[in-house]
Design a protein around this ligand. Structure first.
Ligand SMILES: [Fe+2]
Length: 176
């Protein structure tokens, strides 16, 4: 079962959008930075301590900003096996190209729906890492091997910690 997590918007005026989402709607910025070296900035926003982001904004390239305001929709699956099953369905549907990417806190797979809307399905790992980051992952790995790979790939990051510690800190920040 897919459960709703977040949407990423392509935005034109980041300052205007952040002012509105923070001050009128009450979101906190949870992380921000360039998507890749020299890439556009992404800003993550959330009000819910258990979600790293409920919403993110990417400063869009001019042509994307006018054609698509939604960068991608994202849903979570509850188990590694459910993620593998979803990937198998994508593989069986030959028209769909997909990209497996791990953010350290997730194992994700990105693809487009038949009308080109971006879509992410992900499974939460037991860890938090400051975002943005992304590394392609090998979809043939077992759950144990995938978790070992994540730990060895991301544990050098200063922000690497248990997801439950991160969520507890976010809860206490929110409660003030
Ligand atoms: Fe996402």
């Amino acid at each position: 079962m897919l459960t709703w997590s977040h949407v990423v918007l392509n935005v034109r005026n980041l300052d205007l959008m952040l002012d509105f989402y923070q001050n009128i709607l009450g979101f906190d910025i949870t992380d921000r930075g360039p998507i890749a070296e020299g890439g556009p900035e992404i800003v993550f926003l959330s009000q819910q301590p258990s979600e790293h982001h409920q919403l993110a904004m990417v400063v869009a390239k001019a042509e994307e900003a006018t054609t698509k305001s939604v960068n991608h929709l994202a849903f979570r699956v509850p188990t590694f096996q459910a993620l593998k099953t979803q990937i198998q369905r994508l593989q069986d549907h030959r028209d769909t190209h997909f990209l497996p990417l791990s953010h350290g806190n997730t194992l994700s797979v990105y693809f487009g729906d038949p009308e080109g809307n971006g879509f992410e399905v992900f499974w939460d790992t037991p860890w938090h890492v400051a975002q943005p980051q992304g590394k392609p992952w090998d979809i043939s790995l077992s759950e144990t091997a995938a978790l070992n790979w994540i730990e060895s790939t991301f544990s050098g990051e200063p922000s690497f910690e248990a997801a439950e510690d991160y969520h507890a800190r976010r809860r206490s920040l929110r409660e003030g």
